[in-house]
Write a protein that binds this ligand. Sequence first.
Ligand SMILES: [Zn+2]
Ligand SMILES: [Zn+2]
Length: 230
Amino acid sequence: MQSDRNPERGPMASDVSLSCSCGAVRGVLLAVTPGNSSRLSCMCDDCQIYAHFLGRAADILDASGGTDLSYTTQSRVRIAHGSHLLRAVKLTDTGILRVYSGCCHTPVAHVPSPKLAFVGIPHAFTQYGSVPAERDRLFGPLIHRLQGRFCHGELPAGAHLSTPLHLQLGASVRLFWDTLRGLHKPSPFHDGNTPKVAPRVLAASELEQLRQHVPTPSPLAQPRFARSCS
Ligand SMILES: [Zn+2]
Ligand SMILES: [Zn+2]
């Protein structure tokens, strides 16, 4: 079993079922622990635009406009059923690959690169997406709220206006180490460097139309490190 040789598997790890809302796309996320999930809420403009592109912003975004995501590696994601239903989009030419289910528009994975281990799994794709207590037990509580300059309403307590440099550096070290260990393979989303599902790139006009759903950041909220997910 591939899960048994996964170097990330510890004694307290759980395999968490994955499913789109209608159940046609299903899989499993291997070896989940609160410690390896690095759960965060991303309130960036790109993640909000994506939720509106899917037509499911009310399901995906929390009250502040955040998308609940967990860190994992490509090697820990298995799509067992319905992979022919997967679709992909990029908000721009250089944006990350965003994989979703074509059947019911559930976000499946945020995949920055075929050469990097990192994958963001939206909690809408986990079986525990709507059961907070179980979600907290498996994935741990939200530990970071990022890109709060795009939030709806008041900035949540403890939220960051952008992604602070120390968090970016910490994530980069982990990403480098996981990639060095070869955890970008096997990938359910790429054959070599080629996406298994060719992404559609949004037209500039479509992107601008979707951007109308995102609050304009306050001119007072000009963070030094302002990257969104793209
Ligand atoms: Zn579905
Ligand atoms: Zn984002």
